[in-house]
Design a protein around this ligand. Structure first.
Ligand code: EPU
Length: 335
């Protein structure tokens, strides 16, 4: 079951070619537990590999979580609860829900990655986050090998963050996630400017959840590179949050700076705008660079190493710090 010396090139969406000393793809909970019993804690867990930058060969055992299955657990006339195994592909599951006219995940169409890794960073797009329809998840505690259930509150979801990325980092493997979706009276979230425009262009006056999904897919395809064609990991950085005072000072110098109030005291500034304004958008550095349509995305044109991309991300961070005094944090996990 455990293979030796496996290239991880096809297991991370950046397409970085590093070697795993040992690799196992697990298809059942039994397999997972038996592997965990003999390899306590020396692991690297990979789901869809869509939010990692691999910078070196991996000495630990790489576990590829390949658990499959979608199960309807509860259904009443308003909502349906569905339990999904961690190894299911996120976008395929979103399409599955839309085929059954279940609402809640349409704005999250076309996000790369798998079900099991989605809660770790509370994936989000176009005004919706995973936490909005998340009921619970099951996760194996790597110390006890018992399955534990985490409610929505237990997960401490925040913007691109959860307990699995903070306090419990590296301590659990998520094996399944349960969502609650609407059967009727779907609450459409179309306020995000780009969605409204796209629906208008599509000639849709009274959108369905399927229309919203189509609009999101069109917007994403126009801005974000398809990882199957061009290695990338979506947004490489988080959008920074600064104090209102910092924002007011900066906006005197940069009156066009886009901004979103997060609270009375704090303002979120799009990292993409900062990076574009610093002149990086569309810049290439040999075999890697900054995407031409979305400056938040770093891309591997083929053959780049994790170090190349990490060096570029550091150059961007120091430049942004110098120009704007803002610290950009990576969204992608650097390994
Ligand atoms: N902008 C620029 N230049 C750029 C990119 C963006 O000026 O190169 C400006 C836009 O003009 C706009 C603002 O930044 O005023 C926001 O841009 P956009 O709506 O495209 O969203 P984003 O902040 O760049 C975030 C998420 C995306 C998500 C979109 C839509 C983060 C770090 N990123 O991007 O998530 O799809 O909103 O909701 O929060 C991901 O996490 O991998 C991801 C792609």
């Amino acid at each position: 079951m455990i293979k030796k010396n496996v290239s991880l090139k096809h297991y991370n969406t950046f397409g970085i070619d590093v070697n795993a000393k040992e690799f196992a793809s697990v298809k059942s909970l039994e397999d997972l537990k038996s592997i965990l019993k003999s390899n306590p804690l020396k692991l690297l867990v990979l789901g869809g590999g869509s939010n990692v930058l691999l910078t070196k060969n991996v000495e630990e055992l790489v576990l590829h979580i390949n658990l499959k299955g979608i199960e309807i657990c509860e259904k009443n006339n308003k909502t349906t609860q569905i339990k999904v195994a961690a190894g299911e592909n996120w976008h395929d599951f979103v399409m599955w829900t839309l085929d059954r006219n279940l609402g809640g995940l349409e704005n999250l169409s076309l996000i790369p990655g798998n079900i099991g890794t989605a809660p770790i960073q509370n994936i989000g797009a176009y005004g919706v986050e995973l936490k909005d329809s998340f009921i619970s998840c099951e996760a194996v505690n790597l110390k006890t090998l018992e399955i534990e259930i985490f409610s929505n509150d237990d997960c401490k979801f925040e913007y691109r963050n959860s307990i699995f990325k903070s306090e419990y980092k590296g301590q659990y493997i998520i094996t399944a996630v349960t969502f609650e979706l609407t059967n009727i009276n779907h609450k459409l979230k179309t306020a995000y400017g780009a969605i409204t425009n796209e629906l208008k262009q599509m000639g849709v006056l009274t959108p369905t959840i399927q229309d919203v999904s189509k609009a999101v897919i069109a917007i994403r395809q126009s801005k974000l590179p398809d990882p199957k064609k061009l290695g990338n990991s979506g947004s490489f950085f988080k959008n920074p949050v600064v104090s209102k005072e910092t924002f007011e000072t900066l906006s005197k110098q940069f009156p066009n700076m886009p901004n979103y109030a997060v609270s009375k005291m704090e303002v979120k500034i799009p990292a993409g705008w900062l990076i574009e304004t610093a002149g990086f958008k569309g810049k290439t550095f040999g075999n890697h660079g900054v995407h031409k349509h979305q400056a938040l995305v770093l891309v591997n044109y083929g053959g780049a190493s994790g170090h190349d991309i990490l060096a570029l991300s550091k150059l961007i961070q120091t430049t942004i710090k110098t120009i704007f005094g803002i610290v950009l944090e990576t969204e992608v996990i650097i390994l």
